[in-house]
Design a protein around this ligand. Structure first.
Ligand code: HEM
Length: 98
């Protein structure tokens, strides 16, 4: 692995599967192909390769434990920043030195 000119990371990323396409995509030279003979172990029986499992991401639900109606949350999301801004302006106005 240390001797691979393409580095060990690419090799590790291709382990546990058929790496033929990965190997071919790089466009390895003839000398690389000759070198491969040295490391050739054998053909993989395709029947033994586990079927590809597709990842189904979990359904995203918004955190709303007390079941507050969504429109109330939306209004609050709009109003709270406005209230903070208003408060900041009011504080600035009343604490301003003449
Ligand atoms: C026994 C198998 C392998 C051998 C003997 C081998 C050998 C080599 C050699 C000699 C090079 C230098 C460039 C060349 O002469 O083509 C190289 C580059 C490279 N190899 Fe491999 N390789 C093997 C498998 C793989 C696999 C499975 C991958 C991908 C997962 C890979 C990815 C790369 C990459 C990315 C480069 C760099 C290409 C570049 O920078 O142009 N190699 N390899």
């Amino acid at each position: 692995m240390d001797d691979h000119p393409g580095g060990d990371e690419v090799l590790l990323s291709a382990t546990g599967k058929d790496a033929t396409n990965d190997f071919e995509d790089v466009g390895h030279s003839d000398s690389a192909r000759e070198m491969m003979e040295k490391y050739y172990i054998g053909e993989i029986d395709p029947k033994t390769v586990p079927a590809k499992r597709t990842y189904i991401p979990p359904q995203q639900t918004t955190y709303n434990p007390d079941k507050t109606p969504e429109f109330v949350i939306k209004i609050l999301q709009f109003l709270v920043p406005l209230l903070i801004l208003g408060l900041a302006i009011a504080v600035r106005h009343y604490t301003k030195k003449e």
